[in-house]
Write a protein that binds this ligand. Sequence first.
Ligand SMILES: *Cc1c(COP(=O)(O)O)cnc(C)c1O
Length: 224
Amino acid sequence: MNETEYKIYIDDVIRRVEAARVRVSSHHIVKIVAVSKYSTCDEIQKLYNIGQRAYGENKVQDLKAKSIELEELPLEWHFVGSLQKNKINNLLDINPSLFHALDSIELANELQKKLVAKDMTLDALLQINSAKEDSKSGVKPQNALEIYKEIQNTCPNINLKGVMSIGAHSQDYKVVKKSFEITYNIYKQLDNATICSMGMSGDFELAIECGSNMIRLGSVLFPK
Ligand SMILES: *Cc1c(COP(=O)(O)O)cnc(C)c1O
């Protein structure tokens, strides 16, 4: 695709997001995080040129390499992957704008210690395994509210902003919808939460209709 064709292609994705969001309400604003994990810095630059500012990676070393290579651009970097304890310091050194995948009290406690040592804070989302799939990380939906409150009470350097979830891996629309509804229902019960991060390339319209206000789009924004 040349630049003009790519812009027309991306405009169509934006129209799909827009149509889904106004089906909820004209006041329902949805933020797009472009997940660039399978993409090069050149491809990120092309998407930046047509207006996209927020990018997400799922490996700390990739986040570091790309954020350094593109450091002259005013980009906002999100970390959307599982975080291993031995990578915490590397992630904090990049100072990402949002960590989407906080998935246990143990990880929160480790983060808290490192944040204190570096005298910094981190905005984060609690990941919920709404589809109850063993292959996915995240806390169990039935424990989510309690864990969220415990992290708020015991980890003052972590600013919890809401929840994140990956939709059920299923061809059945109703099963995917149910997993989004479970996440949204938890989100609604949280005081002061502002971010409900759910929806990827294959299911973002459904996620938005279930209340998502942050979608993480990879393949649909970076067609190969
Ligand atoms: C890769 C990834 C995405 C984007 O996936 P696509 O299906 O390519 O849109 C979103 N969220 C997370 C956590 C990911 O790892």
